[in-house]
Design a protein around this ligand. Structure first.
Ligand code: SF4
Length: 299
């Protein structure tokens, strides 16, 4: 395969996978919504969950996005140093987004700051946002696609606390924000919390926490315990599906951490909505792909 043929193949795979991820929730999110639906007792909560599942079925049958807001596109790229298109990834992702916008279709969501103009193709300054991790001794690339919807991005926030505020300060920060803005994010929510580093590190880690599969825990036992406690506390508020009350509030709470300066305690919060469109694909040097988040998907 020539370099040009490889580029074309790569763009085509990412464009089609991006479109696919706007129409089909990942396996773990679908399974969690099913589990949450089962424990609801009120008619209102059951009706809302049933409407979500009807919506997902119709999106599949009619081949349309499962939410009108297909978000700002973000790609979290883990690229092997030996991947043959390592120099072309940014260009290819931009081209893939333009193509996906027409194919999807995807709503036009990239508005240039200062110009206040929608670019009309979901590509703008630094958008699609690309987060890079370079993997030594590998010739593959793993790409997380994330559709950052407006509602689920609204509760996003980050702050540097005084260290004396401690873990209690982190919990207060999360609960204050989720109880005031969480409803905008179409519950049940996925809560991503980043702790440590400086403010931008905590913010970025909170978004990366949303990429972790549901049902996984932070490998640090204390962090895992805090995840479970915050999840139990938020569920006890009974925000319910659509924010209209129910047995639970969240699909999960994920924490990611970095070491901190002794004098600071940075914390970041990102939220995912019930239509949590996070998709993962692996592509090898021969341009063969595996859809990790959507097993057996035909893109
Ligand atoms: S929060 Fe999620 S489900 Fe709600 S409108 Fe935004 S993208 Fe769609």
């Amino acid at each position: 395969m020539t370099k040009e043929e490889m580029r074309e193949k790569f763009i085509d795979i990412i464009a089609r996978f991006t479109v696919y991820s706007g129409k089909h929730l990942p396996d773990d999110v679908h399974a969690k919504l099913t589990e949450l639906r089962k424990v609801e007792t009120s008619d209102m909560a059951k009706i809302i969950y049933d409407a979500m599942f009807d919506n997902l079925e119709m999106a599949k049958d009619l081949d349309r996005p499962c939410c009108q807001d297909t978000g700002v596109l973000q790609y979290f790229v883990q690229v092997g140093t030996g991947f043959p298109l390592i120099d072309d990834i940014e260009y290819c992702l931009q081209e893939a987004v333009k193509r996906a916008t027409v194919l999807g279709p995807l709503r036009h969501n990239a508005v240039e700051i200062f110009d206040e103009k929608n670019t009309g193709n979901n590509v703008g300054t630094r958008i699609p946002w690309i987060d890079w991790e370079v993997i030594p001794h590998s010739d593959e690339v793993k790409i997380y696609v994330y559709m950052a919807g407006g509602g689920c991005s609204l509760p996003g926030t980050a702050k540097v606390l005084m260290p004396l505020e401690g873990y209690e300060g982190i919990v207060k920060f999360v609960f204050d924000q989720v109880t005031s803005y969480g409803i905008n994010a179409c519950p049940p929510l996925l809560i991503g919390i980043g702790i440590g580093g400086s403010v931008e590190v905590a913010a970025k880690l909170s978004k990366k926490a949303l990429l972790r599969p549901l049902g996984t825990h932070n490998p640090n036992p204390l962090a895992a315990e805090l995840e479970s406690k915050i999840e139990a506390g938020l569920n006890a508020i009974h925000i319910g599906p659509g924010g209209l009350s129910g047995e639970n509030s969240v699909m999960g709470v994920h924490i990611e951490q970095a070491a901190r300066h002794p004098a600071t305690l940075a914390v970041g919060l990102s939220t995912g909505c019930w239509a949590h469109r996070r998709a993962v694909i692996k592509i090898n040097a021969a341009m063969e792909y595996e859809t990790i988040s959507h097993k057996g998907a035909k893109i």
